[in-house]
Structure formats: C-alpha cells, structure tokens
Design a binder for this molecule. Structure first.
Ligand code: GP9
Length: 413
C-alpha cells in the first residue's frame, strides 16, 4: 500500500497538482452538510419558464456562495451509491460493480473518518431502506457514525421508494440539532429521492405556473420534480436558519447523475430545445451536474468555471475545512477545485473506458485515441484536431488503473 501511494502521488504530481492554498482552513471546525440531489442535472439551474424559476432556491444559493456550472458525473454501475462513494473517498468507481457491493467489506479511507478524528459526528440520511444498493455495507466501510434510513421517516407516500425530501430534512434537522446541543460539530450527508425517475410527483406538490407552461412529457415531469426538490431544500435552509445552525455550517450541494433518459426521449436535444430553449448536448449536458458551496464567510455570488468531477468534491471540502490531504497521506484521485492548475479526469461505464473530460473537451475513444471524438465544452461542437490531448488520455487510463489497484489493496474491515 505504501508503494502504491508513492506511485499515485508521483503520477499525479506532474499533471494536476497545484501547491497554492487558497481558502485553506477558512471553514475549520464548522459543521458540514453535504446534500446529494437525485437525478439532478445542471441545465435547470437559472432556467425560467412562464416567468417562474425552476430552481429559485439553488439560484439564490449561487448568488450567496459558489456555483460550479461545469461539473460532470463519474458514477459507475452503482449509480446513486457510487456518487455517495466518490464524494466521501475521491476514488474512481471500478465500473464493474457497485462500490458498495464490491468494496463494502473494506476499511475505506474517507471524509467521515478524517472528520471523526477532529471530533465530528458523521451521519447520513436517506429515506429508502439501507439494504438498497448495499448501503448497509457501504456506510460502515466509510465510517459513518449513524445512518438514518426508511424506519426513521413517516411515510407520506411521496413516491414508491419512500418519503418526501421534506420529511428527510425534518428528521435530519432534528438529529443534527441534537448533536450540536452537545457542542459537537457534525458532518451530515443527505441523499434526496423525490426527483427519482419516473419523476411523477403528487399533484399537490406540483408548481402550478410551471405545470401550465409544460406539456405532459418526461421533460415536463422532470422539471416539476426538480422544482419540488429545490423547494424542499429551501424549507430545510429555513429550518437551519431558525435552529441557529446556518451561520456555523458549510453547505455543499451537488447532483448525483443524469435524470432524463435517452431511451424514453426521442431526439432529446431537439425536443429540449423546442420545449424550453436550452441548447442540450446528448452527452455533455446529460452528464453535467451542478455543484454549490455556501458558507457565511465565503465570497458571495462567484461562478467558478473550473471543470470538475464528483471525485473533486471531497478534496475541495477538505481544503475549506483545513484538512491537508497531503499531511494525512490521503490518496485521492480528484483535486481541490479551488487550487487546481489543470483538471483531467476519466469517466467509464456510461461512456467507453478512456473517455475523459479536461478543461477544454469531452473525449470519447473509438478503438483507441486516434479514432476517438472530442467535443468542446464551451461550444458543444466537435473538435477535429485533438492530437494535443493524447497525454491526457494516457494519464486518465493510468489513473484509473492506479485507482483500481489501490481500492483492491485496501484491507478488509
Ligand atoms: C434508492 C436511490 C436510487 O435508494 O438511491 O438509486 P438510483 O436508481 O438513482 O441509482
């Protein structure tokens, strides 16, 4: 393991590592709330239909903190649970098995473990049964102190999988308020579910102005569900303010993966453009998720255009909380988005292995690099000469191999 750690550090040093320490420790000792939003793509952010914002709460959060519009999903077979895995570990999912199922018997270095060393309690909240996606293995492997699953929530029959996001946050707020009364900092992760496919939410929870502007289609149902997810988050934020927790908490919000299903939407890109005027690329826009970071003493309203992936969330949080991953000798395949020089990261399972994003393009290989396809992240148009990105392709393949070797070396619990 020690040799593997050295090899990984050496491989990363030349390409991505940046030694600046912008914002390091500015949030030291603060509570941390990380909210992973179900099936939440980036395109509804700042979108208005019928003079109604689809995501007013998140739009306000962007005005009051940092908004990262160029973040991409990196999940493998474990979908939602792989996103939870990455935001707590900064390790690549192998793509061949859900990380919870394949590696839930390991002792996995993680954000909860780093924070517990600093006196935090780390809890996670989700309204579905904890056996789903083998979270019953994943949560102990990641070292969460407690998990709160289905039996902890009143079933308001929001959808077939469980209670509403409002109920998720109601219970969560109660628990984190109790922790903070013991004068302990907390890390709470919330995995929302109200915007799960097929995106049919109860009529009483639908925003009428939005509904009237949308035709009955998967896109229409999706935007109504997204709007509810955003609304419930707003109720939670109000609750945090009333409980006196807002001023002492870092809030991180991001999407777990795409929502709109290509199979169920013929000509998705054209249909979306026609219905809501959004330019939509079938891969880039589909895999593009939003990320927000809010803390009371951070700069307001900054849009950070740095390209990133889900593995970057954990190093970015660690920097703000004053945890040096270098000093901790903590292996991470993502980077701190506040201090990065250049980003390049891979994606597999939903795209062929060897696909990657860097600061300029999305690349999808053919049989190899030379017959691959590159698309500009700015114009969403093809890039014909991409030969200068060959090093990035080799780098990503090597990083994924190192990551797989590393995770396979982790000791059993
Ligand atoms: C269920 C939820 C859904 O608990 O996490 O997972 P998904 O189907 O989106 O991967």
């Amino acid at each position: 393991l020690t040799e593997a750690k050295t090899a990984i550090a050496e491989a990363q040093a030349e390409t991505v590592t940046e030694s600046t320490d912008k914002l390091f420790g500015t949030q030291k000792g603060k509570n941390l709330i990380v909210i992973q939003l179900e099936a939440f793509q980036n395109f509804p952010i700042n979108l208005s239909l019928n003079n109604t914002e689809v995501t007013p709460v998140l739009n306000n959060l962007a005005k009051d903190g940092y908004y990262f519009p160029h973040i991409f999903q990196q999940i493998g077979q474990g979908n939602t649970s792989d996103a939870e895995f990455m935001s707590n570990t900064s390790i690549y999912p192998t793509g061949t098995i859900a990380m919870s199922t394949g590696y839930g018997d390991r002792d996995i270095p993680s954000l909860p473990k780093l924070l517990e060393k600093q006196g935090y309690e780390a809890d996670t909240f989700h309204v579905n049964d904890v056996t789903f996606w083998d979270r019953i293995k994943l949560y102990p492997a990641l070292g969460f102190t407690h998990f709160f699953d289905k039996p902890f929530y009143k079933n308001d029959n929001f959808n077939t999988l469980g209670a509403s996001d409002e109920e998720l946050y109601r219970v969560g707020l109660e628990k984190i308020t109790a922790i903070s009364k013991q004068n302990k900092p907390f890390y709470a992760q919330f995995i929302t579910l109200s915007s799960h496919h097929p995106f049919k939410i109860p009529v009483e929870n639908q925003n009428k102005a939005l509904r009237d502007s949308l035709t009955r289609s998967q896109l229409g149902d999706y935007l109504l569900a997204i709007n509810y997810t955003d609304y419930a988050l707003g109720v939670f934020i109000d609750g945090l303010k009333k409980a006196g927790l807002w001023e002492n908490t870092v809030l991180v919000v991001y999407g777990d993966h795409f929502g709109l299903q290509p199979k169920e939407n013929t000509n998705t890109a054209e249909a979306i453009y026609k219905a809501i005027g959004v330019k939509y690329h079938p891969d880039i826009s589909r895999f593009n998720i939003p990320l927000f970071i809010h803390a009371p003493n951070l700069q307001k309203g900054e849009v950070i255009n740095q390209v990133g992936g889900q593995m970057d969330i954990m190093p970015t949080i660690s920097n703000l909380l004053g945890i040096s991953l270098k000093e901790e000798n903590f292996v991470h395949f993502g980077q701190d988005l506040m201090n990065i020089k250049k980003n390049v990261f891979g994606m597999r399972y939903y795209l062929p292995t060897g696909s990657f994003f860097n600061d300029d393009i999305m690349f999808v290989p053919g049989k190899g690099f030379a017959d691959g396809k590159a698309t500009s992240l700015t114009t969403l148009e093809p890039v014909t000469d991409f030969s200068m990105y060959k090093d990035d392709y080799d780098y990503v393949l090597n990083q994924m191999k190192l990551s797989d070797d590393y995770v396979n070396m982790l000791p059993k619990r």
